[in-house]
Design a protein around this ligand. Structure first.
Ligand code: HPA
Length: 245
């Protein structure tokens, strides 16, 4: 079974024929929202809304450990994280879809590991390739089949939020090698890796990052909603193919 974690642009999974909903408990607390089970073209999918029903959970308050643990106990093996990002690299204009291949983590004060308060021996989890290579390939192949334009690879900078960045911060992220910036990529990716789940992100560019594009004064947030709504049609098309592959 495939799991889809939906972000700001995806509060529900269009096209999912819902069979049931289930609130779960984990040793780490409750996930962001009930898990929604259903099928897409006859294939089983479970959906989890990262920011909760009504989008009330800020990126730094998401219970990433409970979310990933819940999916793991459901015997999900493949997790597709849908995330909206700000575009730093010049060709990452609003509406672009990109499958990142690297991460830089700037978040802090988040519960970022399962190796805490346990008697289990600590494992230094390999994170050389932070996303599952096979799942990335499946996403890229599904996009090709769906006829959707998609960028292969890019560095995702995970910032703390919930505020957006300053121009100087975005300049620094760019110097560090980041192509896009978002607030939820970490610790989600490492927690999935710690539990052995195959995890990849499909990112949609919601806006130019601060100081990019035409506006030097502010990020034009009015346009974000419409941009995300449009890209979700493309994401859904890609996911429709992914479940078959
Ligand atoms: N910065 C951080 N996270 C984001 C942005 C941004 O500009 N856009 C969407 N998520």
């Amino acid at each position: 079974m495939i799991a889809v974690i939906g972000g700001s642009g995806m509060k529900q999974l269009p096209g999912l024929e819902v069979t049931h909903r289930q609130m779960m408990r984990t040793p780490y607390g409750e996930p962001s929202s009930p898990l929604i089970f259903g099928t897409i073209n006859g294939h089983e999918v479970v959906f989890l809304s990262r920011h909760g029903h009504g989008h009330t959970i800020a990126p730094h308050m998401v219970n990433y450990r409970a979310n990933i643990w819940a999916l793991c106990t459901l015997k999900v093996r493949c997790v597709i994280a849908v995330a909206s990002v700000g575009g730093i690299r010049a060709n990452l204009t609003p509406g672009t879809i990109i499958i990142p291949d690297q991460i830089i983590d700037y978040t802090y004060n988040r519960r970022f590991t399962y190796f805490e308060d346990t008697d289990r021996q600590v494992v230094h989890t390999d994170f050389t390739q932070p996303y599952c290579t096979d799942t990335r390939t499946r996403l890229l192949e599904s996009a090709r089949q769906a006829g959707e334009k998609i960028f292969d690879g890019g560095v995702y900078a995970a910032t703390q939020g919930p505020r957006l960045e300053t121009i100087a911060e975005i300049n620094r992220l760019e110097r560090d090698g980041a192509d896009m910036v978002g607030m939820t990529g970490m610790p989600e990716a490492i927690l999935a890796r710690e539990l052995g789940l195959s995890y990849a992100t499909i990112a949609t560019v919601a806006n130019y990052a601060a100081g990019r594009g035409d506006s030097q004064d502010s990020i034009p947030l009015q346009a974000v909603f419409a941009t995300l709504e449009k890209s979700m049609v493309n994401v859904r098309n890609i996911l429709n193919h992914l479940v078959k592959n």
